[in-house]
Design a protein around this ligand. Structure first.
Ligand SMILES: Nc1ncnc2c1ncn2[C@@H]1O[C@H](COP(=O)(O)OP(=O)(O)OP(=O)(O)O)[C@@H](O)[C@H]1O
Ligand SMILES: [Mg+2]
Length: 220
């Protein structure tokens, strides 16, 4: 379950303080999905970064799966992200020198996992099959199309079997059919495995399928 109370995020530069999120309140029950919408610059990525413990709130409370993010050290936050969260970035952030398969395995290298390496590799190839990339396992990101990079990033976000998936425009770079497949996969994980899903999207079709919509412009 995600609980957000009076969330404020401000950025300071030499001349001014910019308030990007100004007192957000909401909850996502465990296993539910939420679509976050709002125009460019309204703070959607900022909001997801706070939920994913990548950016501290200026004030307010964010509780994820019973843990108060503000009480975590950086090390605890990194461990929490590695174990509990699948983050699909707007700019996919793949490592250019690694292959598709190796990129999906990166979270395993970054954390301490119980599972054998062989088992993780098997799940990685299965996930890549689900995002239709079985024929690109040994390609490097520079050799992929935009949509293929995005689908690799989706597989990487799922490899730790997260309890919470935070996705920033996961279908934004994809054609209708591929986008719908990625959306199917995310909604399947939510419905069948009880994953809590927060998706930033401009895709009205996806927002409609998710059902619950949080409009950043109307909420603050
Ligand atoms: N590190 C930062 N320092 C200063 N301002 C920032 C910083 N990060 C974001 N902003 C500002 O905060 C606002 C919200 O940015 P954000 O990336 O969250 O928007 P967004 O809703 O995701 O937009 P888009 O739909 O274009 O991806 C923007 O006006 C941006 O310029
Ligand atoms: Mg954004």
């Amino acid at each position: 379950m995600i609980q957000v109370k009076d969330l404020v995020v401000q950025f300071e530069n030499a001349h001014e303080t910019i308030t990007v999120l100004n007192g957000l309140n909401f909850e996502v029950p465990e296993g539910q999905a939420l679509a976050v919408v709002g125009p460019s610059g309204s703070g959607k990525t900022t909001f997801l970064n706070v939920l994913g413990a990548l950016l501290p709130a200026t004030s307010g409370t964010v509780i994820l799966g019973g843990s108060d993010l503000a009480s975590m050290s950086e090390k605890q936050a990194a461990h929490f992200r590695n174990q509990e969260i699948g983050f699909i970035f707007q700019q996919h952030h793949l490592l250019p020198q690694l292959t598709v398969l190796e990129n999906v395995l990166v979270p395993r290298l970054a954390g301490q996992w119980q599972e054998s390496e062989e088992q993780t590799r098997l799940r990685a190839t299965q996930l890549l099959e689900r995002v239709r990339l079985s024929h690109r396992l040994n390609h490097r990101p520079g050799e992929l199309s935009g949509g293929e990079k995005q689908r690799t990033a989706v597989a990487r976000a799922l490899i730790n079997q997260p309890r919470v998936i935070l996705a920033d425009e996961p279908t934004g770079a994809l054609d209708g059919e591929t986008g719908a497949k990625v959306a199917d996969l995310l909604l399947e994980l939510q419905k069948e495995q009880g994953v809590t899903l927060v998706v930033v999207t401009h895709d009205l079709n996806l927002a409609e399928r998710i059902g619950h919509v949080f409009d950043l412009n109307e909420s603050q």
